[in-house]
Design a protein around this ligand. Structure first.
Ligand code: HEC
Length: 109
């Protein structure tokens, strides 16, 4: 392979990688940061979820909350200030949190 071709390929790969990382992907973040308690499908059917009595995120009870409420819940732990949440202090950006709220809306039953 010519050196120039190789360099172009490296640049394309770097570009693809950086956009993948930068575009906040709610589904991917959910899997990485939330599924441990909430389960990959949002049902809450994990041993942790059952112990903590987490509600199924897909149900009306959860979905009736406003975007602002869900955002606050994820970013800061909401009104009750849940330390399990407050993901903003754990490195999630506003865009990440918005992507998560969008994702939660998409799994609504
Ligand atoms: C350590 C376990 C844990 C992790 C990790 C976790 N949660 Fe939760 N989550 C809970 C618990 C427990 C509740 C129930 C509220 C409470 O009592 O704290 C909850 C409640 C919620 C609610 C409100 C549900 C309701 O009943 O109204 C939302 C929305 C939510 N979580 C989203 C997320 C998102 C998004 C993430 C990932 C960024 C996440 N959670 C990560 C434990 C967790």
């Amino acid at each position: 392979m010519k050196k120039a071709t190789f360099l172009v390929l490296v640049l394309i790969a770097m570009f693809a990688f950086s956009t993948a990382v930068m575009a906040a992907d709610g589904a991917a973040i959910f899997k990485a940061k939330c599924a441990g308690c909430h389960a990959a499908d949002g049902s809450g059917q994990t041993s942790m979820g059952q112990k903590m009595k987490i509600r199924d995120l897909r149900t009306a009870d959860v979905q009736k909350q406003t975007d602002a409420e869900l955002t606050a819940m994820i970013a800061t732990g909401g009104k009750a200030n849940k330390p399990t949440h407050s993901f903003k202090s754990k490195g999630l950006t506003d865009a990440d949190v918005t992507a998560l709220v969008t994702y939660l809306r998409s799994i609504k039953k």
